[in-house]
Design a protein around this ligand. Structure first.
Ligand code: MF3
Ligand code: CO
Length: 291
């Protein structure tokens, strides 16, 4: 997969340096891992400096939108009002809501309340109630670059059980971040996330996970949070992906809304929570790009 260049050729990364002084050692490391049987990213998954700058600018909008939601969200508000804020704030800042019309998704953001696992569709008919927990999952396109993150919000007086689910889900994300160790398999990271959820008596959704992101919305690899250690793609410096576990209070079983064909619910209708960040793998660990 990795064509070795001549040592004096210009490097494939576009730095203008000779290959031997640039990515030759990096490629050797990757090829050695591939020979050991690990999955390695194709070169197009390794972001350039320009890509990273672009993703960061897109993320400025995405995070401003979520900050704005955090300021405004309250009981009595409809999820359509959340959608309006997302559309208005994103476009005012020059961005495009990535969700809007994505594979036919009708709104600018996903709003998933309580037993809704993900892909809740904003509506005039859905009014936030005291005690709800809601995930607002927002994604932005700016100059072709994608940012993606989601946050949980607790509306008014949330029960201790639901509050704990929200908090532990955030801890799961933090445990995942600590496991972003360059040159190790991504399955180690997903396993660490899963273990933290299990240790707290929760389950993790298997079918839906994270993804590479940046030059497209959903890039390789699929990022599972129920993965086995030692499996999956090697986390290579330059890769950008999301950590976004969906953690359930009860069963990990889910079903999809038959009418709108989007919204995913827990099979036992017990609450589910999710936080999402987008990160860059670096030589020493990771850099958060969007949260
Ligand atoms: N933002 C979601 C993610 O984290 C994707 C939502 S796609 C939509 O990957 F169509 F439902 F908006
Ligand atoms: Co995502």
């Amino acid at each position: 997969m990795y064509k070795r260049l001549e040592r004096n050729d210009p490097c494939w990364c576009g730095s203008g340096k000779k290959y031997k002084a640039c990515h030759a050692a990096f490629d050797d490391k990757l090829i050695a891992l591939e020979h050991k049987g690990f999955r390695i990213p194709s070169r197009d998954l390794l972001k350039t400096e320009k890509d990273i700058e672009g993703i960061k600018k897109s993320a400025v909008i995405n995070m401003a939108v979520l900050d704005e939601i955090g300021d405004k969200i309250r009981a009595g508000m409809t999820t359509q009002e959340i959608d309006d804020i997302v559309y208005r704030t994103t476009t005012k800042m020059g961005g495009i809501p990535a969700d809007l019309n994505y594979e036919g998704f009708p709104k600018s953001v996903c709003t998933s309340i309580n037993e809704e696992v993900c892909h809740g569709i904003p509506s005039e008919d859905v009014i936030l109630q005291d005690g709800d927990i809601i995930n607002v999952d927002c994604s932005t396109i700016l100059d072709g670059y994608y940012s993606d993150s989601s946050r949980m919000f607790c509306i008014g007086n949330v029960s201790p059980e639901k509050k704990r689910l929200v908090d532990v889900t955030k801890e799961c994300l933090e445990v995942g971040l600590k496991a972003v160790i360059p040159w190790t398999p991504i399955g180690d990271m997903g396993h660490a996330v899963h273990q933290h959820a299990l240790d707290n008596g929760y389950t993790v959704v298997k079918e839906i996970g994270g993804h590479g992101c940046g030059n497209g919305f959903h890039e390789e690899p699929f990022v599972s949070y129920v993965s086995k250690p030692g499996t999956g793609m090697i986390m290579v410096p330059g890769m950008v992906f999301t950590i976004e576990p969906m953690v359930n209070m009860g069963t990990d079983e889910i079903f999809c809304d038959e009418e709108n064909e989007w919204t995913v619910y827990t099979a036992d209708l017990k609450p589910s929570a999710q936080w999402e960040v987008e990160l860059l793998v670096t030589e020493t660990g990771y850099e958060l790009l969007c949260w």
